[in-house]
Design a protein around this ligand. Sequence first.
Ligand code: ATR
Length: 282
Amino acid sequence: MADSRETLTKKAFVTGYPVKHSRSPLIHGHWLKTLGIDGSYTAQEVAPENFPAFISALKEGTSGFRGGNVTIPHKEMAFALADEPDALASELGAANTLWLEEGRLKATNTDGMGFTANLDERHPGWDMTDCAVVLGAGGASRAILQALRNRGIGEIHVLNRTLDRARELADRFGDRIHAHSLEALPEVMKGAGLFVNTTSLGMDGSDVPDIDFSSMKTGAVATDIVYVPLMTPILAMAEAQGLAIVDGLGMLLYQAVPGFEKWFGRRPAVDETLRTLVIADM
Ligand code: ATR
């Protein structure tokens, strides 16, 4: 009798609650079409109380999925329920990519890789700095701090409205990460080579504080993980002060690549056609 795993169709999902805002079906649908793969990638809205049953059906093969992406609020539970989370997901305590392999549910977190791949593409050499400033200490910040540390950035300052959250991340990711409240921003910007915004500052009706980007080192770059709009208030402020800027759309696109490869067996391209397609959908 054929192994039930081999009979799985090429089906993958993105699950969240809510999930209808997700652009992942557009991205993966584009890749399936351009690569001529007979598969599907669909949004599955799953309430938190139903998530364990959703994962059980995935593991048992009864849902027919090979795996999928996981977004808010399921990333922590996805990590906890996976059979084999990798080192990245384990350190973060959160997974965004799941796949079945030899009957085991494997899990990783590709957010940090998406972040660095976007910078690598759009501003090569961005990592030639000893000092980075990261605004915000939520889930996205956590993955970015991990990626910056793993990339060998010397000192990383994480600033947050709620200082305790920044402290928790600094404790978790090692002694090169320093926690501050937002008031420390002018001081830590001096000589820094990379500025990262992971907050919704300026997007939620809040005022953006004046940030002096001119005190950063020559050639410094600013990036934002918010990508709607592509030009966020913080990026606009950085650009007006002469900084190089990188928008956050590429992080979304690159974080999707490893999952597609696992479920559908081909490496998809992150290119201008895909960027244009996602921008047109905003
Ligand atoms: P995500 O997973 O996208 O990072 P999150 O966990 O909700 O989302 O984190 C949002 C981040 O934006 C937090 O760092 C939050 O600060 P607090 O920890 O103090 O809540 C920050 N943030 C959101 N709105 C903000 C505002 N108006 N001013 C300053 N920081 C803000």
